[in-house]
Design a protein around this ligand. Structure first.
Ligand SMILES: [Zn+2]
Length: 247
């Protein structure tokens, strides 16, 4: 890790008036949550069909069995790591306005962040595919699959974005707005290979934001929009930044 770049990043953070963080799988890996893509990613060992919306609608039980095993049996116990904690402290101390995340793990909120826009939804909430009623997952008994709606007996689906399913409108609108308002974007642990997430850094850059990027290796952003690149795991870099900001 280049300490010179950490210092440059801290200077930008101190000078910023509206910093927004943009996070992905790399923030949560050290909380024990595997990424979908890349080395060690979920799609290397599991075929993603169970997260296709058409498959879910046709075979909700089969889909739910896999979803429960991969998300619900593990995510419930996952705890925020130091990178999440520093982001929460940044918000509390008014260094950070909001987080745009591609993660569905709810760990930013668990760490204490209040303004979190979840581009890919959340595992924490279930939604009825019949009547759109929403439930906190704690109301669902996943010993009996698939979980069903109290109102209409329809099947409940995790409120995360499946393949071939639209991005939640509110989250997308807010994310684009936040990217436009930002004078500093802090990218952490993401290559943002999918749309519309991939557009966020570009939108921020176009409206004049500086870009800090923390990733374990260079990404498509590094040589295009990034101003300060910190080649590091999220936890290490954020811990150092946190120290220099006295968080
Ligand atoms: Zn319903």
């Amino acid at each position: 890790m280049n300490t010179g770049n950490i210092k440059k990043a801290v200077k930008l953070i101190r000078e910023s008036r509206y910093m927004v963080a943009f996070t992905g799988a790399g923030v949560s890996v050290e909380s024990g949550i595997p990424p979908f893509r890349g080395t060690g990613g979920l799609w290397n060992t599991t075929h993603p069909i169970f997260l296709e919306i058409e498959y879910f609608q046709k075979k909700p039980l089969q889909s739910w069995k896999k979803i429960k095993e991969i998300f619900y049996d593990k995510l419930g116990d996952a705890e925020p790591n130091i990178a999440h904690e520093i982001l929460a402290k940044m918000e509390k101390r008014s260094f950070l306005e909001s987080i745009i995340t591609q993660n569905i793990d709810h760990l930013h909120q668990k760490a204490g962040n209040k303004y979190v826009y979840e581009l890919h939804g959340t595992y924490k909430q279930l939604v009825c595919i019949g009547c759109n009623s929403e439930y906190d997952m704690s109301f669902a008994d996943l010993n009996f699959l698939p979980p069903t709606c109290f109102v209409c007996k329809g099947i409940l689906k995790p409120d995360m974005v499946f393949f071939n399913e639209a991005i939640p409108e509110f989250a997308q609108k807010k994310s684009f707005e936040e990217a436009q308002k930002a004078d500093l974007l802090l990218i952490i642990g993401t290559n943002a290979e999918v749309l519309p997430a991939a557009k966020i850094p570009e939108i921020a850059k176009k409206t004049g934001a500086k870009i800090i990027e923390i990733n374990i290796k260079p990404s498509p952003f590094t040589n295009t929009v990034t101003d300060v690149f910190i080649e590091s795991r999220a936890t290490e870099a954020m811990e150092e930044i946190g120290k220099l900001l006295y968080l």
